[in-house]
Design a protein around this ligand. Sequence first.
Ligand code: SF4
Length: 289
Amino acid sequence: MIFSGYADLIQESREKGEELWHYILLADANEKGISEEESMEMMNHLWEAMKMASDNYDGTRKSASGLSGGNGAKMKAYKEKCISGEFIGEVIAEAISMGESNACMRRIVAAPTAGSCGVLPAVLIPYCRKYQVPDQKVIEALYLTAGMGGVIATRASIAGAEGGCQAEIGSASAMAAAALVYLAGGTLEQTADAAALALKGLLGLVCDPIAGLVEVPCVKRNVIGAVNAITAVDMVMAGVTSFVPVDQVIDAMGEIGRNMLPMYRETGEGGLAATPAARKVKQQDFRKA
Ligand code: SF4
């Protein structure tokens, strides 16, 4: 969806007397040429697919490269002992599990991309489990994430190849933060502020996948995106605001992405991908295995 700005979305929805999530739903239905009910069904299908991907995680699987697999299961077993508390332990486990499922070619929901597929479910699933959030409310929150994602894609980018990892994990973190504020009963302004804080925290993050695979550092960066979103939400719900409005943060992210050297934009040639440890992986011909 093409949206010029999140502040505009809030204002337009209020002018039309619509709740923001429903205003975005109408835009989605209009863009796809479908009914409101069909749009809701599609969003519900995405939520169900996310939960199913979580339920179907298999900790015994390894990716073809051998770089990914099993850490989600380790985190699940450890979560009660987490220094950051059991809830964050669940969030970490969920984020890693989803990232590993993607690396193992299992079914996941790209949100907004496959590389960042673990952030949104890692924030939503443990929260909804803990607070027994009805599916309808989650679907409403998902429309806010779609709106936020649409704004980011319009004003900047959601692709690592264009804007670095800030555009993938950063965007996912901002989208998840907006959704979680909504579920936590915050205002629309607070959804904007939480997204701004989340994205600000990840500005400049480069895309440097080892051997060009969406595995290292991608899988564990989903954890950072998820936990970053939750801390942004907690700050906002406590009354903290973002000095820079979210639309301007998105513009800054776009500017940084445009000025990022190509070696930091998914080419697998810079950053972590250029370390000796990464070069060893690159020399392996595991793709033929
Ligand atoms: S490092 Fe690149 S490929 Fe990996 S999650 Fe980030 S943007 Fe995606």
